[in-house]
Design a protein around this ligand. Structure first.
Ligand code: FE2
Ligand code: FE2
Length: 296
């Protein structure tokens, strides 16, 4: 295990990361980002962008438009008059939340694509990603982390590299998961042996290609360092989210996370009795979320 801590002065080496990303892009056929993601991200980076134009782009995407509207009407934003148009809903939500909605919906469509091979691996990966996102949000709130929604996105995307590996080698990857389960070997080591890179590095290459978010990329890259990630960082939140998923039996994916004592006590789980309520909170959040999907 690497011993680097992801403190401000010891972030992943950017040069070697760039080199890895280039190599992964050459080796794996990474899927292009959804057009809407590219459009919205480019607009938000443009200093001359205007909200009306952004509203038009969002309105053209039915599912995004209805997400933005229903979120802006939720009690969380407590509006006296409910937004009636996408433009009004963007004004209520703000650009950061809108960006998060766009990324979350792209992640969801990539992880649940209809044309993807549906099997136990892809279904388990979706359950795990959604559960990790919800767990990361719960933990972030518990820790008073500055941006719980960023933690939600990082949780949702942390294992996206698994889907890339599975898509490029379905049989081989399925067998690797099975081997790891039986031998209790580390999935990270197995992937590196088989494909040259593990799912954390492959995931970052995809997120970089999709131009998602630097902070998420860094956390995804080191999310298997467990106790070596400083407690309270985004990477440690993902480690803890993985740990809760294993205990809640929500999409165990051949990972044996260990967030370390420091992070466990920061989350109020220093002893065994304090873990079950947090696990239950995750199960309840997951049931609630999947109920919404069924109603949609
Ligand atoms: Fe992972
Ligand atoms: Fe995971």
């Amino acid at each position: 295990m690497e011993t680097n801590r992801n403190t401000a002065d010891n972030k992943p080496n950017q040069d070697s990361l760039r080199k890895h990303i280039r190599e992964i892009k050459e080796r794996h056929k990474l899927p292009s980002p959804p057009v809407i993601v590219t459009k919205v991200m480019n607009m938000l980076k443009d200093p001359n962008f205007n909200v009306r134009e952004l509203s038009r782009v969002i309105s053209d995407d039915l599912s995004l438009a209805s997400r933005a509207l229903s979120m802006s009407r939720s009690p969380r934003y407590a509006q006296r008059f409910q937004p009636q148009t996408v433009h009004e809903s963007i004004l209520v939500l703000g650009l950061q939340t809108l960006r998060n909605i766009v990324i979350a919906s792209a992640a969801e469509s990539f992880l649940t694509r209809k044309n993807l091979r549906k099997n136990l691996i892809s279904e388990t990966l979706w359950v795990h990603s959604l559960a990790a996102a919800l767990a990361a949000r719960i933990i972030a709130k518990r820790l008073r982390y500055a941006d719980p929604e960023l933690a939600f996105l990082a949780g949702l995307l942390h294992d996206v590299g698994e889907m890339v590996l599975f898509n490029s080698d379905p049989r081989g990857f399925e067998k690797a998961i099975e081997d790891v389960r039986q031998s209790k070997q580390s999935i990270i080591k197995k992937e590196a042996e088989l494909y040259g890179f593990d799912h954390a590095a492959v995931g970052v290459a995809l997120l970089d290609f999709w131009n998602i978010d630097e902070e998420i990329n860094e956390a995804v890259l080191i999310h298997h360092r467990g106790a070596d990630n400083s407690a309270g960082t985004l990477a440690s939140i993902i480690d803890m989210a993985d740990y809760l998923c294993v205990h809640a039996d929500l999409g165990f994916f051949g990972e044996f996370p260990d967030p370390g004592r420091e992070m466990l006590s920061a989350c109020g789980c220093a002893d065994e009795e304090s873990l079950p309520p947090l696990v239950q909170e995750l199960r309840d959040a997951f049931d609630q979320e999947t109920l919404l999907f069924r109603e949609a």
